[in-house]
Design a binder for this molecule. Structure first.
Ligand SMILES: C[S@@+](CC[C@H](N)C(=O)[O-])C[C@H]1O[C@@H](n2cnc3c(N)ncnc32)[C@H](O)[C@@H]1O
Length: 208
């Protein structure tokens, strides 16, 4: 099977990152709305990181918010990061492979869209998001289109020849609870008749 980062590096060269930006836009805007409601009810300014950020469009979306004091993106595909840096010198874009990358600081809000299931052990990544990436009282919001209830998505690993870890909505929620997240809430973002929508999950790291 191919490495996901090689596939998406190629997608970046072919301009397919822009299609993802358009396709994921409605669900991500919904996820960010829910997340910012929670974050800004607790603090006046927030730091933001996007894991598996692709060309960095969600970093730039977050940075537009007047209460955002720092926005960083991390991705393992070289050309995704090159494209992000080419259009934006204000925010931070980092070439980073997961799960091995450790953060140099902690963030108030961690976002991730259509990234975590490419890992062989997403629970380990969730644990690291909770323990290493999030500041106390911070929130994580993650969007997943490949999940057991989305039958069409079950063909994607074969179609793309890339590993994807497949779990049901219930199994994902259990994972969030197991690694220590609190106030875990899941919903289907950008759902419409005949379309299962993005499985969106949000949770909080409470102060130790
Ligand atoms: C489906 S794309 C989504 C990109 C972006 N979040 C968006 O919504 O446009 C998945 C991204 O995750 C990155 N990725 C996948 N596996 C990775 C890994 N192990 N380490 C770092 N990045 C990875 C890919 O390079 C790709 O940019």
């Amino acid at each position: 099977m191919k490495q996901a980062t090689d596939v998406f590096n190629d997608w970046a060269h072919r301009g397919k990152d822009e299609g993802m930006e358009r396709g994921h836009g409605p669900a991500v805007r919904e996820m960010m709305h829910h997340a910012l409601d929670r974050v800004l009810s607790q603090m006046d300014a927030f730091s933001f990181a996007d894991l598996g950020c692709g060309n960095g469009w969600v970093v730039r979306l977050a940075a537009q918010h007047k209460q955002c004091r720092q926005a960083d993106g991390f991705d393992g595909a070289t050309h995704m990061i090159e494209k992000a840096k080419a259009v934006d010198s204000e925010n931070g874009y980092h070439l980073a492979m997961f799960p091995q990358t450790q953060p140099s600081q902690q963030y108030n809000l961690i976002h991730s869209m259509e990234f975590i299931y490419y890992l062989h052990d997403p629970k380990q990544m969730l644990q690291s998001i909770h323990d290493d990436w999030l500041a106390d009282e911070g929130w994580a919001v993650i969007g997943i289109d490949h999940y057991a209830e989305n039958e069409e998505s079950l063909e994607w690993p074969t179609a793309l020849d890339v590993h994807m870890s497949t779990f049901s909505e219930h199994e994902w929620i259990e994972m969030w609870n197991d690694v220590g997240f609190e106030e875990v809430h899941a919903w289907r973002a950008n759902q419409s008749p005949g379309k299962p929508g993005t499985l969106a999950i949000i949770g909080k790291k409470n102060q130790k």
